[in-house]
Write a protein of this length. Sequence first.
Lengths: 276, 299
Amino acid sequence: MKEEKVKIIITLTVAVFMVLFCLVPFIYMVVTSLSKNPDFLSLQSSFGWTFGNYKNIFTARTLHFFEYLRNSIIVSGVSAVVAVFIASLAAYSITRLSLPAKSFILLFTLSMSMFPQISLVGYLFSLMTKLGWINTYPALIFPYIAWILPLSLWILVSYFMQLPKELDKAAIVDGCSTWQILYRVILPVAKPGLFSAALLAFIFAFNEFMFALMFTTDYTARTIPVGIALFQGLHGEIPWGNIMAAATITTIPIVILVLIFQKNIIQGLTRGAVKG
Amino acid sequence: MINNKLKKTYTINELKGAFLFLLPLILFLLLFILIPIVGTFITSGFRDVSFLEKKFIFFDNYKTLFSDSVFWHDFGFTVVFVIVSVSLEMLLGISFALLLNQYLPFRGLLRAVVLIPWAIPVAISARIWELIYNYHYGLANYLIMQLGISKEPINWLGTNIGAFFALVLSDAWKTTPFVTIILLTGLQAIPKEIHNQAKVDRAHFFQRFYKITLPLLKPVIVVALLFRTIDGLRIFDLIYVLTHGGPGGSTSSISLYGYKYFLSGDFGYGSAISISLFIVAFALSLLYIKIGRFGKEIL
């Protein structure tokens, strides 16, 4: 009985601490974005409700918020779709077809997701310069696809493993070719797995910073994380209100995705267990 | 004999087909990860600086690196940062995972709440933290003063120790969710009967944690620990946005140091710095793969 009480108290304390720890910075961002004065916590200041920060990031052309967001969505979206498609071909080959050294291929791919990005950017920067791709979408999309492939492959391999082999056998009896088995039988059944992989791949690409910092020079291709990181006022001051409004608009959709699809994300993260 | 021959050609065709499906993956990894690594390694053997003639200098960049006190400072900073922040993340991660493993009201919602910091891009959360750590009106000093923890505001980003712990806390915020989720999966794999038996044996729940949960969870903890270590060693975004390596270079990581050389056009030395980090990370990831025994249920 006493143990039960102690347990309830500890559980409650940890729960409250956890919720505060995870949410306070997020709430602080939203609240600051709605305030006239980012210094509202100091004694000399007051709060002052306003939507001016939101209005400003969409109307002030010099901030280029809309362009950064558009670039991020296009680059991450294209990268995620292509990576998941390529990974589904590979996962099909690994789980269904006769291939030697399957475990080597999987572990080799896993090891690549561990490489520090800094050991790639020097070479990739020279390559993108030679190709004339600096400050274009392809300069980001191609490296992003490679970067999110290991994660997508691991998620899809573990998903495809669970699909019964009888599916293939029935399709072979019906006279399907390998390609047809993949796109007529496996892919439709594997939709939830494909969706999880694409969602995680999108979030990883959306989060990427170093490539975007090195391979873009302005708003024509720069993504939102780099854009917000480099946000500056006209006179060198930090426009906190605008930054927090931009951060809010960028993160709220991601947070909603996480709330809706938390099961897919958790499954993907633990099945892949490759990236943080 | 004919049978045998037929079977062999069939297998080769099969192999060809299987390889064809694998080809796009191999091409992308080769062109944008493997070749760049090899290329960086080759460049590290050159004097490759903008406006100077490119010259092969064998391991001279590495010799310079060994006697470069800034490099060793950044190397040391990165290692200490990883040890402190990963320890904190593991501690928080285990507490959160134990909590989420219980029958709670709103458990699904709580799990989603934990994922929020993970989903926000580091560069964006780093800006939020930058405001939180503001000396004059940031939330951190406001809370510290209100709760009476300190009478004076803390100069978070302006002092070496303040900047260090500012980075540790922000990093823990971002990465604890991942650790929590991995450990939670490990906890859920522990059969409930073991706990029930221990309850029958009147074991206190702290005893149950130390004697049963922790040993059974150890393999998962090691995997999460190694993964976070490798990931932490390459830290860049958070430092780039929050402290720029400052004050006075005290919080510069290996990745940031390498980046500075790439930015200034010294690709030879920048590559040598990057390769040194790559070697450490690669060695650890081989260990990670061996210990994690990945794919043992797949293959």
